[in-house]
Write a protein that binds this ligand. Structure first.
Ligand code: EPU
Length: 419
């Protein structure tokens, strides 16, 4: 198993280009199942999770054509021979569940293994199933699988008890080919939902309101092939902004949609970090230790849960005490034990973590427990005295394109080594 080795204490400087959003491209690839024509995606980040969703599509008969050098893929779902993606692939990634809406909508049936809990929480899928049932599907659970069948889905009103990103996406994908109009109330407003809706609209769907809490989908008869450019990854952008801040660096983070990183900019500024906004880029300058700030994760446009771990690393070296509250996932504090091994002073009180800033962290052997936990340990390693070794970095490969190369490009002393 590879690991990342960091010799901390270098101020990062220079420019880093953000790749396209993992959490956009996954549902968009799943949505390509909705029509038999070829769909072309540009700026695809070649991450492990992207490989998994492509394998899921491939396993049921879709043809995937990858042009890695040009960061493009095309998907043609004209020969789907199964609506039951195999357990061995689906279990690798929760987001595999996103094929449910498209398969049900286009072929009238789908059977897929239930996703288990994961390192950040139990993560039920009740809202996805509630939505599909409301659209008229017969949903049954048994032997670890969920099966849904329908003749033709019918538009309806769906209120989500929580603005779940995945449930909103699955319901949109199911509703685009349904009879009549579907309204999703308390829908997720995340930019990735908007990107998916733009992709679907360019295929001929009729979706309005994506990006607000009420989304209306007027079903259409069929969809056609399209070409789509995936939006930049706001969490990757935020991670490099935090990297600049934690190392007291001066970094231009390029290929950023400013609107998507507003909460991260606001919190960095509150912490005393200078953020200069440019055209599709931000410059983050930090001189001295940040001030402690409180953070509460919320659905978009609130502070993203996917940036909580990275900000906890930053707050570990802040002046003062910070209270970080996680409201989206019930168990997203696994990085704390590892940050404490590096000298961080953090106490957990229910869904909040109290971080007493220390003016230094010390390098240690630590392990990534999930994707963003891994990013937070890399950030901590960049500022820690001495050597940090981050193990279990397969989690990082799921969501960061070449994090080692990009940080090295900013001057970090960081390497990836095999066993
Ligand atoms: N939830 C339910 N029932 C459901 C669905 C969700 O109770 O049917 C709960 C979850 O258990 C969780 C909360 O609602 O506590 C939020 O879950 P949501 O459905 O919004 O998350 P998701 O769609 O499973 C996506 C991202 C996550 C990101 C969350 C929140 C993808 C592929 N994943 O997950 O990304 O944290 O939205 O913004 O889009 C990551 O990139 O590291 C990551 C975990």
């Amino acid at each position: 198993m590879d690991r990342i080795i960091i010799n901390g204490g270098i101020n990062l400087n220079g420019r880093v280009k953000v790749s396209a959003a993992k959490n956009s491209v996954l549902p968009i690839i799943a949505a390509s199942l909705l029509c038999p024509d070829e769909c072309f995606l540009e700026d695809v980040p070649f991450l492990d999770d992207v490989e998994v969703i492509c394998s899921v599509l491939d396993s049921i008969g879709a043809s995937i054509n990858v042009i890695k050098g040009l960061n493009k893929i095309s998907i043609k779902a004209d020969n789907i021979n199964s609506t039951e993606p195999p357990y061995d692939l689906v279990r690798k990634m929760r987001a595999s569940f996103l094929v449910m809406g498209p398969l049900l909508s286009r072929f009238g049936r789908v059977k897929i293994s239930l996703p288990g809990g994961c390192n950040i929480g139990t993560r039920p899928i009740d809202l996805h199933l509630k939505g599909l049932s409301a659209l008229g599907a017969e949903v049954s659970l048994g032997h670890g699988y969920v099966e849904a069948i329908c003749n033709k889905l019918k538009g309806c009103k769906i209120y989500l008890d929580f603005p779940s990103v995945g449930a909103t996406e699955n319901i949109i994908m199911a509703a685009v080919l349904a009879d009549g109009e579907t309204t999703i109330q308390n829908a997720a407003e995340e930019p990735e939902v908007v990107d998916l809706s733009n992709f679907l609209n360019s295929m001929g769907a009729n979706i309005v309101g994506a990006g607000t809490d009420t989304i209306k989908i007027l079903g259409v008869k069929d969809l056609k092939g399209t070409t789509h450019q995936v939006i930049p990854d706001r969490i990757e952008a935020g991670t490099y902004m935090a990297a600049a801040a934690i190392t007291q660096g001066d970094v231009f983070v390029e290929n950023v949609i400013l609107e998507h990183v507003r909460p991260v900019i606001a919190k960095l500024q509150e912490a005393g970090v200078t953020v200069i906004e440019g055209q599709n880029k931000v410059r983050v300058i930090s001189r001295g230790l940040p001030r402690a700030v409180d953070i509460k994760t919320m659905p978009y446009p609130g502070f993203p849960t996917d940036m909580q771990a990275q900000f906890m690393a930053l707050m570990s070296i802040a002046r003062g005490t910070s209270i970080i509250t996680e409201t989206v996932f019930e168990n997203r504090f696994m990085h704390i034990t590892e940050l404490k091994r590096m000298g961080a002073d953090i106490k957990v009180d229910g869904r909040s973590a109290v971080v007493e800033g220390r003016n230094r962290l010390t390098g240690a052997k630590v392990k990534a427990t999930d994707l963003r936990a891994g990013a937070s340990l890399v950030l901590a390693g960049l500022v820690a005295e001495g050597i940090t070794e981050v193990f279990d970095i397969h989690h990082l490969d799921r969501g960061y394109v070449d994090i080692v190369g990009k940080l090295r490009g900013l001057g970090a002393k960081i390497d990836r080594v095999g066993e």
